[in-house]
Design a protein around this ligand. Sequence first.
Ligand code: SAM
Ligand code: SF4
Length: 440
Amino acid sequence: MSAPKKLFIKTYGCQMNVYDSERMAEALGEKGYVEAKTADDADMILLNTCHIREKAAEKIYSELGRFKGLKAAKPDLKIGVAGCVAQAEGQEIMRRQPMVDLVVGPQSYHRLPEMETKIRQGEKALDTDFPEEDKFEKLKSRPKAKRGPTAFLTVQEGCDKFCAFCVVPYTRGAEVSRPADRILTEARDLVERGVREITLLGQNVNAYHGAGENGDLTLAQLIWQLDKVDGLERIRFTTSHPNDMMDDLIEAHGTCTKLMPYLHLPVQSGSDKILKRMNRSHTAESYLRVVEKIRAARPDILLSGDFIVGFPEETEADFQATLDLIEEVNYGTAYSFKYSTRPGTPAAERPQVDDAEASERLQRLQALLSRQQREIQESMVGREVGVLLEKPGRLPGQMVGKSDYLHSVHVSDCNREVGDLARVRIMASSTNSLAGELIR
Ligand code: SAM
Ligand code: SF4
């Protein structure tokens, strides 16, 4: 019997890409591929790319350049580019890097096995369609091998919101929700394989409206169905748009015990002028009202956000409004970015903020967010939290997991198994994690 072929996937960007990489590995598993730990060891290398910020494509080209030596030493090595850069650049990738054998957009992963056959015959394969058929339907059901206790599950893809800075509607296409029964089957399969926590994914996950038995389901209704899956202990979802934060979902945060007290709710800016120019269709005030309702339903919820600083025409006063909003919300964690021009998006054509000014604002914003993150982490000391144990720690007897609030927790003297949900008392807080002890 010939040795299995080895596949190395390097994943960039969001959690959705992490999920997609898993599914691509599974699709190629059908063709006899097993995981390679490094690119050097692989028979096929796939870069699963992200196009959200500038220079992403350039980084991919230089990464590909680094594989030239490998390809020269191993002519049978196949190289592929997947994800949003593949979607946006298409044929251009093969023109600039002729050693690339395969380019596949995010909606065509189910066609990878056929594409692999083609490239093994020495041809090139390019597919950046938005096909009619559902890729999730075409991808085989997931393998049964045991796996770690946490998993991502994509329930919704694409976006119809067209924020003025964002490429997602162009690279991922229109908003589509998966039918509820497929999601439930996939969730049960994951639980059988050892998964205890599922994070539901979508670019606008709370706009979910997938078909159920009696009409379309909201995200909250889907969560309540998942709540009934025995063995599934925790449910999370990301990323949410403030305008789609419906009352039933807010309420579920107060009543569904499997739904974790953590919500990623990007706002981007605290200035109504900038929000309007971003085409965000919400105001700072309407965002704050949503936050207020969520806190009324679940007072201890930890909030996370996304911020863009230096958006075209952002003044110091607009920036100050963002700082004010952050002060008011008090975020447990956050992602913040300097505005990055994306060709083809409306904001790319507008007068840009001076780069040094934008960098300076980003620093001030991050200092404030770090302070809030530190204070919220410190406020956990002395509290009892649930921790899903994910792996052994570096110290003898120690295990590491995530708290209900998604903090990393190192649990000392922990004679439990990976996948156990432990009750832990938090004893100390350091920069990016907490330390705790089992409550026996
Ligand atoms: N759908 C989510 C939402 O509306 O909040 C987020 C999707 S996007 C993949 C993740 C984050 O990347 C955005 O929330 C935004 O903060 C950031 N982002 C997107 N385009 C950007 C750009 N051109 N420059 C800087 N940051 C950007
Ligand atoms: Fe991009 Fe999110 Fe806006 Fe959609 S809602 S365009 S994914 S930032």
